[in-house]
Design a protein around this ligand. Structure first.
Ligand code: HAM
Length: 438
């Protein structure tokens, strides 16, 4: 027997049955992920977002330039390797740079108007593994290109709010503004001067960040750095008139749309492309330190940076695994259960049941047929365990008469049905007693 081969660190399997993660973690099943994704598929198109799919592999330069060399993602977390032809490639750590690359590549700007795209798929970052943080994780994200906002910003934040509320996860929406190329440099200089003056109180990472990416010091988790950050100059007092009007407009729109939100000056985000609006949905319980379920913001310079025109953009991405932990805690799941369980009692009955199951499926009714020869009582137990709505025992009598009893498992009620018309009979009964009445 060969040795067992363990999975790669930071990757996970999610099975249809219970997958035990850690002692105090809830079970996460495929049904939780399906609920999250299906809700996105239902809700995002209501706002005009359409699905786009881009490759997992991209040229390394895309992320180096798009996300920024000095970010944690680019400087230490990317899965980068040389392809067989010598090209430097990276397994995408996020989706925005790729979507913008595709936008530029296919000259989508020429179509005019706004372009709204959503996407879902695996992302890769070599981070320290912990609950809610993995090396392969899944994002569902959206990007809206072609409008400078702030109404589209508010519309997008309202969409995220709607999706998370549908999933019944506990969260707060935080918003902030980072200014733009006109007003941020002066703020950056002032912040840098302040941080240099307080360098002795900063952690080693933040001493480096002071020179490379001073704004990131504001969201360092180290308590001493947080103290320094609390006394730091604030972006708010450096905003130019346009950025201030944009942020005021965003807050007014959010209020008009009924989106509860908090202004959070520490919300600076970890990627360099952001301008003006940034936002995050932060779980208020159930996730521990990795509590940001979704984050995003405006990136008005990114399309130009990646070789396109002057096109403004805003987007967010949500971590599906984090959402799944919360959805599992809330006990919600997309359930896929058979409607009819067919229990044949002998060989001739099995042959008939296989064909009956085929007819049910042709009519769009989920059916499972037992493959284990057993008595009626055991078969019914199995139908219950599968969560089937109806069970149909097929014995000698049923075979010869062409009639059988369809048992409603929840109530025990029996309905006599004509096997030749089984799909119609099931549909009629399912309509008479909707499962939601249970
Ligand atoms: P991000 O904040 O890096 O933004 O990631 C978005 C979300 O992905 C996080 O809030 C978190 O839920 C999830 N996430 C990130 N890293 C991990 C990980 N290692 N394990 C599990 N979940 C993780 C972006 O990626 C931007 N592209 C968002 C955006 C779109 N901005 C504009 N458009």
């Amino acid at each position: 027997m060969g040795e067992k081969i363990p999975p790669v660190k930071g990757t996970r399997d999610v099975l249809p049955t219970d997958t035990y993660l850690k002692k105090d973690d809830p079970w996460v099943r495929t049904g939780h992920l399906q609920l999250i994704e299906q809700a996105a598929r239902d809700i995002f198109p209501l706002y005009g977002y359409r699905e786009a799919r881009t490759p997992i592999l991209e040229r390394t330069a895309l992320f180096a330039r798009g996300i920024g060399d000095a970010t944690d993602i680019v400087s230490k977390e990317m899965y980068t390797f040389e392809d067989r032809d010598g090209t430097q490639v990276t397994m995408r750590p996020e989706g925005t740079a790729s979507l913008v690359r595709a936008y530029v590549e296919h000259a989508v700007q020429q179509q005019g108007g706004e372009t709204k795209w959503w996407y879902a798929g695996p992302m890769f970052r070599h981070e320290r593994q912990q609950r809610g943080r993995y090396r392969q994780f899944t994002q569902i994200g959206v990007e809206a290109l072609g409008s400078t906002g702030p109404r589209i910003d508010a519309e997008q934040i309202e969409m995220l709010d709607r999706w998370l509320r549908f999933l019944a996860v506990p969260f707060e929406m935080h918003v902030n503004t980072l200014g733009d190329a006109r007003c941020r440099p002066a703020y950056r200089t002032a912040l840098q001067e302040y941080l240099r003056a307080n360098a002795d109180r900063l952690c080693e990472d933040c001493k480096k960040r002071t020179e490379t990416n001073p704004i990131r010091v504001l969201d360092c988790k180290n308590p001493r750095c947080q103290e320094v950050a609390a006394g730091a100059p604030r972006m708010e007092s450096y905003l130019c008139d346009e950025c201030k009007a944009h942020f005021d407009g965003l807050r007014e729109s959010l209020t008009r749309l009924g989106v509860a939100h908090l202004v959070d000056p520490k919300l600076v985000r970890g990627l360099d492309y952001y301008t003006r609006t940034t936002y995050e949905a932060i779980a208020t319980s159930g996730l521990g330190s990795q509590s940001t379920v979704a984050g995003g913001g405006r990136y008005d310079g990114l399309v130009r940076e990646l070789g396109g025109g002057d096109v403004a953009g805003i987007g967010f991405a949500a971590g599906v695994e984090r959402l799944a932990l919360l959805v599992a805690q809330a006990g919600r799941e997309k359930e896929e259960r058979p409607v009819v369980f067919l229990a044949p009692l002998g060989a001739a009955e099995e042959a008939r049941a296989d064909v009956l199951a085929k007819h049910l499926r042709e009519a769009g009714i989920a059916a499972e047929v037992s493959f284990r020869g057993s008595n009626a009582a055991n078969q019914l137990k199995r139908a219950n365990a599968l969560g089937a709505r109806f069970a149909l025992v097929v014995g000698e009598l049923e075979l010869s008469s062409g009639r059988a009893k369809l048992k409603e498992l929840r109530t025990g009620e029996q309905h006599e049905v004509d096997l030749a018309r089984l799909p119609d009979e099931v549909k009629r009964l399912a309509q008479n007693t909707p499962p939601s009445a249970a």
